[in-house]
Design a protein around this ligand. Structure first.
Ligand SMILES: Nc1ncnc2c1ncn2[C@@H]1O[C@H](COP(=O)(O)OP(=O)(O)OP(=O)(O)O)[C@@H](O)[C@H]1O
Ligand SMILES: [Mg+2]
Length: 418
């Protein structure tokens, strides 16, 4: 049986970008527009003379492997290239090299001269990777760069985009998802219904949205907060944890049979919290439950991805839960999702009236009412009591609902930026 060759469409929009001779090109486009495919096509185009290096940079090595490596291999099928699976590296017969690399390991790339580089999902890379690592790699080769991505608030991608509009060496393109021809109109209409307005505009219309002012901009306590919600038999029990010590805030939640979320309790120790004390408190309060099954999530455990390693805290929690006859399902992620993305999922839950919060959850309600952005892509932490409860709910809502709001029929989206 012969396998069908990969078919890469090149319409007039794509052709314009592929034949653009500027040194630096920015492509801002909505989700599933075809950014990654076009970026790879651009990376392979032009004359690849001997001994060139061309890199496709993804926010992380893992994402590069997931979203770009198999596409690149298919694009180079039936050629005389050699593929190195562990290095995500393609060697051409003329000694040129094409590689997929992660911006999370960018320091290890220094010293290589690049003829072309793609920075895919640039909004989700550390801002200094371009200036400090990649740009110097283009200087000796007179190399060129293509930045592609969907916006993520007014961050470094927006800054670069604004600056580029005034510079001779740069050219910019902006497209909505619909312009890419990969997602049909009814699918986009469905996303419009499912997402809150800010998220839809950002993801599908590729607009730079402001996260200034209230982060959970559509939170209305009269609709979301309910008097003394209680544990209900037969619904999945979840606990989501933030490990700040003063305060430490965990939320006890239930996923109801209709799939909606209820926050039934906020467990708090305000000062110098110890993980063992808070989990013992939980065990005492929920001792009466007969079917002791709990799903555990929260702040990522992986010390390489977050600034602290919480794996020992989770070990303590699981140990004490098991001593108290609980069956624990560990759903702690290795990596925290990007803040804008997880705030967006919460806003979409609120938009659809799919979350209820007990009026006892004072810190969470306060956070949802007042949390703001710090203007640099994080939550404003001026008040040390704030943002811990909202972080905890973000982690859980991301875990349970990201794919409800961020999937298209084309494919489930793997969100960038962690
Ligand atoms: N030029 C093209 N020709 C044919 N099919 C394409 C082309 N570009 C994209 N596609 C189809 O659309 C899908 C999405 O493309 P791609 O992954 O490049 O989009 P993206 O904008 O990078 O998406 P995301 O926002 O998820 O990163 C591909 O898996 C492929 O099926
Ligand atoms: Mg992509």
């Amino acid at each position: 049986m012969t396998r069908r060759m990969m078919e890469v469409k090149v319409d007039h929009r794509r052709l314009e970008i592929l034949s653009d001779r500027h040194k630096f090109i920015i492509l801002v486009a909505g989700r599933r527009w075809g950014k990654t495919w076009l970026s790879l096509t651009w990376l392979l185009s032009g004359n690849i003379t001997a001994n060139q290096n061309r890199f496709f940079v993804a926010p992380t090595y893992r994402q590069g492997k997931m979203v770009a490596w198999s596409v690149l291999k298919q694009m180079l099928e039936h050629t005389h290239c050699k593929f190195n699976e562990t290095e995500l590296r393609v060697d051409l017969p003329n000694n040129s090299v094409i590689r997929i690399v992660g911006a999370d390991r960018a320091d290890s790339l220094r010293g290589v001269g690049l003829k072309r580089v793609v920075l895919d999902e640039f909004a989700f890379m550390k801002p200094d990777v371009w200036q400090n690592v990649i740009l110097p790699m283009l200087s000796s080769t007179n190399g060129r760069a293509l930045f592609s991505g969907t916006p993520s608030g007014y961050n470094h991608f927006h800054k670069l985009f604004i600056r580029a509009t005034d510079e001779d060496d740069w050219s910019c393109y902006e497209y909505k998802t619909i312009d890419g021809g990969n997602v049909p109109q009814d699918e986009i209409d469905r996303a419009r219904r499912e997402m809150d307005q800010r998220t839809f505009s950002q993801e599908f219309c590729a607009t730079f949205e402001s996260y200034e002012g209230k982060l959970y901009y559509n939170f209305d306590p009269t609709k979301v907060v309910k008097k003394s919600l209680k544990w209900i038999k037969g619904s999945e029990l979840w606990m989501t944890c933030d490990f700040n010590k003063s305060p430490m805030v965990w939320l006890v939640c239930q996923r109801m049979p209709d799939g909606n979320l209820q926050v039934i309790e906020e467990l708090v120790i305000r000062y110098n919290a110890k993980t063992q004390n808070l989990i013992r408190e939980f065990c005492k309060r929920y001792e009466h439950i007969q079917n002791k099954l709990i799903y555990l999530t929260g702040d990522a455990s992986n010390k390489y991805e977050s600034h602290r390693d919480f794996s020992s805290d989770y070990q303590i929690i699981m140990g004490i839960l098991r001593e108290n006859k609980w069956h624990v399902v560990n759903r702690v992620p290795k990596k925290n999702p990007n803040i804008n993305n997880r705030v967006n999922v919460m806003c979409s839950l609120i938009h659809h009236n799919r979350i209820k919060i007990t009026d006892q959850a004072h810190m969470l309600i306060n956070d949802l009412q007042s949390n703001e952005s710090d203007g640099r892509g994080a939550k404003d932490k001026k008040d040390p009591m704030q943002t811990h409860a909202s972080d905890a709910i973000d982690y859980l809502s991301w875990m349970l609902y990201a794919n409800d709001f961020y999937s298209t029929t084309t494919t489930k989206h793997q969100f960038m930026g962690g």
